[in-house]
Design a protein around this ligand. Structure first.
Ligand SMILES: [Zn+2]
Length: 122
């Protein structure tokens, strides 16, 4: 999926779906319910979700971090509209068993809200 992560002028992308995760500060659309890989992750501020796709974000500098599951290269991700840091992306996992996380995103539950969009059926 093409993203414009390095373009600070990027316009917000509006996602389609019944259930959308949005930035808790400014309600920018971040991810769809279908993009959740796992809800059993731990962030810096408590529970966190693993997503395969997150939109409307900017990437911070890449750094190596030792997490509970070993050494990973990660970069913080922030809302592209209000700049609040919502989690991080796994760029590289040094442990073979953690490779599935590469290219996926951790988003702190405390930093997002879930919004339901009911589609009216005629
Ligand atoms: Zn925001």
């Amino acid at each position: 999926m093409a993203e414009h992560l390095d373009d600070p002028q990027a316009h917000q992308i509006y996602l389609n779906g019944d259930q959308i995760y949005t930035c808790a500060s400014c309600h920018t659309h971040l991810a769809r319910n279908e993009d959740v890989v796992s809800k059993g992750f731990q962030g810096r501020h408590g529970r966190a979700y693993l997503f395969k796709n997150v939109h409307n974000i900017t990437l911070g500098p890449k750094e190596d971090r030792i997490l509970m599951t070993g050494l990973h290269s990660v970069a913080d991700i922030g809302c592209s509209i209000c700049q609040s840091v919502v989690g991080w992306i796994y760029i590289y996992a040094f442990e073979e068993s953690q490779k599935y996380k590469e290219g996926k995103y951790i988003v702190e539950k405390a930093k997002i809200s879930k919004e339901n969009f009911w589609i009216q059926k005629e």
